[in-house]
Design a protein around this ligand. Sequence first.
Ligand code: PMP
Length: 281
Amino acid sequence: RIVYVNGAYVPEEEAKVSVFDRGFLMADAVYEVTSVLDGKLIDFEGHTARLRRSLSELEMPSPATDEELLAIHRELVARNGIHDGLVYLQVSRGAADRDFAYPDVPPTLVLFTQEKPQLVDSPLAARGMSVISIPDQRWKRRDIKTTQLLYPSMGKMMAKAAGADDAWMVEEGVVTEGTSNNAYIVTGNTLVTRQLGPEILSGITRTAVLRLAQEAQLRVEERPFTIEEAQSADEAFITSATTFVTPVVKIDGQGIGAGRPGPITQRLRELYIEEGRKAAI
Ligand code: PMP
């Protein structure tokens, strides 16, 4: 695999980042994951816009212009022959003597690709996921997409141990989001998902799916919901760049609706993939 590190395209075995890099030492880094379908990037502008925001919230210098980032994404997709898959991008504050205060050094920019043949024909999307609820014990600036992913990793392991696919996190009695996705419920014609704020990441897929839902004449309510409300909903699902729209059919052992992927969820998945392909660059 060819990866990109600070201006160079190199085989992954030859890619080098300093042991003093603050991404490595302090999770002082932000990232984005963009899906690729038919060799084209889905929602690229949304991901670069959110990257800019993450960088600015952390006063991290920009490693490249949007045009340069697009060119690097395309070059990596081409060099690695990616048909369906993803591009991972990470910017860290760079390498410097270890000190909590921000150093004035150039940022480290790393990108790599991953082929994922089952992105569209996902077995998980066909069967529907089971989730468990866990307390949300992350830091309080979840709107910044940092590489501090240890608690979400613990959440995935808790889900695994419980025989589930993923976890929904709960804070002050209401759902924030999934370990790596936004969470939704559908009752009748109404779609509910938590409102944006520092408590959750503003999903790029979320923005697109809420627009599609409105266009499909669904009522969209952006507000908190409880696990109990989710358990008595007709349908539930998650969204993220790499899962698109994926049904949730069980929450804490309780079946949702008919216990299989619901029609509105499936329709939104189809619409998202269809529209995503059309707008891909
Ligand atoms: N919330 C969290 C915590 C995430 O990690 C992700 C995926 N990066 C999302 C939501 C979904 O965001 P997106 O649709 O931009 O992938």
